[in-house]
Design a protein around this ligand. Sequence first.
Ligand SMILES: Nc1ncnc2c1ncn2[C@@H]1O[C@H](COP(=O)(O)OP(=O)(O)OP(=O)(O)O)[C@@H](O)[C@H]1O
Ligand SMILES: [Mg+2]
Length: 232
Amino acid sequence: MPVKHVPVILAAMPDRDLAARRLLEVAEEELQRIVLDIHDGPVQNMFAALSQLSLLRARLPADSDPALNRAIALLELALNDIRNLLGAFHAPEFARRAIGEIVEDLAVQHEALTGGTASLEIAPALPDVSLPIKIAVYRILQEALSNIHRHAGTDSATVRVWADGDRLCLEVIDHGRGFQPPPLSGPEATERHEHIGLRGMRERAALVNGDICVDSRPGEGTRVRAEIPIHG
Ligand SMILES: Nc1ncnc2c1ncn2[C@@H]1O[C@H](COP(=O)(O)OP(=O)(O)OP(=O)(O)O)[C@@H](O)[C@H]1O
Ligand SMILES: [Mg+2]
């Protein structure tokens, strides 16, 4: 299905302040800290509870207590869910990795999680970009791939990264069911609760002075394009 181009330009925030970039880094650092706290605290205690219950079950005659089996199964399920969630938020070490590698790893992770395919077109010799740009690209790509998996009715995506003059460009394309994108900027911009993912992509781009453009139409697939100035 061809993607028709009905661009919805989400304008960059005018604020080119360094503080905005710092905010992005701080938010990411805090997210990583929360991930680690959850992993090192409650998750470890849940594992301990699971092993205690498993020991208890081993001491009892087989299937003597169905409630115990249910409790163990629920704990296993909860731990699995938390692990998947933490995995999605635990970003790789951005600082020492090139943008191409970061994108490639995320695409591979997406394929492993969904069983789908993410075809990569990463331009050779991409310029080095700042940490906030790497974080923005990672989070935008993560949301775009997650939206494809959850809403597009397909798990095939194409991911492109290239530099156009002083701009780093990211495109995530699917040929799934498409949708009517809500206005995300200007006086009509949606504040609806169910559009947090799309608004988040716009804000991630805006924090590094970039733009997001969502081209989509029902039945015609979706193209999310981010353009970010490499030198601020
Ligand atoms: N690639 C896509 N294909 C089809 N529909 C999409 C796609 N991306 C987004 N949508 C539609 O746009 C809506 C809003 O997307 P958005 O990411 O803002 O929210 P969400 O994914 O529903 O929830 P979340 O806040 O967890 O991201 C989705 O509910 C879906 O209907
Ligand atoms: Mg979403």
